[in-house]
Design a protein around this ligand. Structure first.
Ligand code: ATP
Ligand code: MG
Ligand code: MG
Ligand code: MG
Length: 439
């Protein structure tokens, strides 16, 4: 992409409404625009990162054997009357009446609808286990939408639902989700710690939240520092292997890590003092096992091998896809701007032409642009007629992991400058070597 042809409405001033750094940088980098409290347009660069995150979520869910589908945002109220949640959910639910006076709602989550899909089409234990998920917009009329996309009213969520014949099989699904989430967050350059949590309005007693440690997080968390040393890395998982998944879950749930709702001082105080930590965290996901809470009232049953009809065991598993942009920025930035982890960056590398219109730098930048693109790397070429300082400030703000700077003096000696956004370190090398380094 050439910056002169892109739509990147960068703000020079700090927007006064932004209280936290991720919100400030997302506005300044022209990623989002608020349209109403907690409701945002995703401008091209914000949209690009959102899609990258979505893609990682898809890949890891599919790897775990979970199946994507798409349910609508609007749902009939009657479905929610069956579970009893139409009355219980409260003011966070946006209720809508259509022209025929039918009561509808903008889905805050999809347990009822997925259970309805299941009961309409599945009848036999032979069709289990089954895990379906989608990535779809949700609406929750949050009393205090704030911090940009972190607590929006309209937000993008991945929500998955498992259907299993019995408890053990459902726990395997729970474990698969935990493992796939660990991989997912790590690919985004994030450390998200699974912490024992209390069940909210969705109900159930087996649940973990995934938290990114950050001073601006809304949750209070307590943990053993040992858990922050765990890395998932590039291990290959056989998701069908129950013992293997269970062992990974055990590894990540043995060190103490809890939100304030389940925090236990006595157990916490037994951890060696130098490892005891309390901090703030951003909830970027949650997994639940809730058994037959929905299948029973809604009649989602299967016939067993013995011919009996039993309600299926279920769980639901969410990732805050749009909140993740905020969480990643909170975890990865400096005073100049965002520092995108490679896995989610909107462009891989920025090209800065120090002298636009120059007979040596222009063709050198064009050649770099072509070669990087040919290697499957997406460059953002700042080809505007701007001062070098302004170009650098924009690149630092939007936080691409690498920058290649092309100036007349360097070109005369066959060199460009490759700069790492995270470390700030620069190196002079030939254009070809710079491309090879990034490929
Ligand atoms: P919170 O405690 O922050 O209100 P929640 O526990 O109500 O979140 P869940 O029902 O667990 O949310 O939804 C799954 C995920 O969706 C959450 O872990 C979070 O990452 C994301 N999420 C929930 N509410 C919002 C929101 N208002 N804006 C953006 N993301 C959200
Ligand atoms: Mg909530
Ligand atoms: Mg919560
Ligand atoms: Mg939650």
């Amino acid at each position: 992409m050439r910056l002169s042809r892109y739509f990147l409405p960068v703000l020079k001033e700090n927007p006064s409404e932004a209280q936290i750094v991720s919100h400030r940088y997302m506005l300044r980098a022209g990623m989002i625009k608020q349209q109403a409290a907690g409701i945002y347009s995703w401008l091209p660069m914000g949209f690009k990162v959102l899609k990258r995150i979505e893609q990682i979520v898809h890949e890891e869910q599919i790897r775990a054997g979970h199946i994507p589908l798409l349910m609508p945002t609007l749902q009939p109220a009657d479905l929610w009357r069956e579970s009893g949640r139409y009355d219980d959910y409260g003011e966070e639910m946006l209720r809508i009446t259509d022209r025929h006076k039918r009561e509808m709602l903008y889905g805050p989550t999809n347990e009822e609808m997925i259970t309805d899909i299941f009961r309409s089409h599945v009848n036999s234990y032979k069709d289990l286990p089954l895990t379906l998920y989608h990535i779809q917009w949700k609406f929750r009329d949050e009393i205090r939408p704030r911090f940009g996309v972190m607590r929006g009213r309209e937000f993008l969520m991945k929500d998955g639902y498992n259907f299993d014949l019995d408890f053990d099989s459902a726990i395997h699904a729970y474990n698969r989700h935990m493992v796939s989430y660990l991989r997912t967050y790590e690919r985004m350059g994030l450390q998200a710690i699974p912490m024992r949590a209390a069940s909210g309005p969705i109900g159930g007693d087996n649940t973990h939240e995934f938290l990114v440690l950050a001073s601006t997080g809304e949750s209070e968390v307590f943990y053993d520092a040992a858990i922050t040393d765990l890395k998932f890395g590039d291990r290959v998982v056989d998701y069908d292997n129950r013992e293997e998944c269970e062992a990974i879950v055990k590894e990540w749930t043995t060190p103490y890590a809890r939100t304030d709702e389940t925090h236990d001082e006595a157990i916490f105080n037994a951890i060696p003092e130098d490892r005891r930590r309390s901090s703030r965290g951003i909830e970027v996901g949650q997994i639940f096992y809730f058994g037959t809470k929905y299948s029973e009232p809604m009649g989602a049953t299967v016939v067993t091998a013995d011919g009996a009809r039993v309600p299926v065991h279920m769980g639901s598993h969410g990732i805050g896809v749009s909140r993740l942009l905020g969480a990643i920025i909170e975890a990865s930035h400096d005073d100049k701007g965002i520092i995108w982890p490679e896995g989610v960056t909107p462009f891989h590398v920025g090209i800065v032409n120090l002298k636009q219109g120059d007979s040596s730098t222009d063709p050198a930048c064009e050649a770099l642009y072509r070669e990087l693109s040919a290697k499957g790397l997406e460059p953002l070429y700042d080809d505007r007629d701007e001062r070098a300082g302004a170009k650098f400030a924009t690149m630092d703000l939007i936080g691409l992991p690498w920058r290649i700077t092309v100036g007349p003096r360097g070109i005369a000696s066959g060199k460009v400058e490759l700069t790492c956004r995270r470390t700030g370190e620069s190196e002079e090398l030939s254009a070809g070597a710079a491309v090879d380094r990034l490929a």
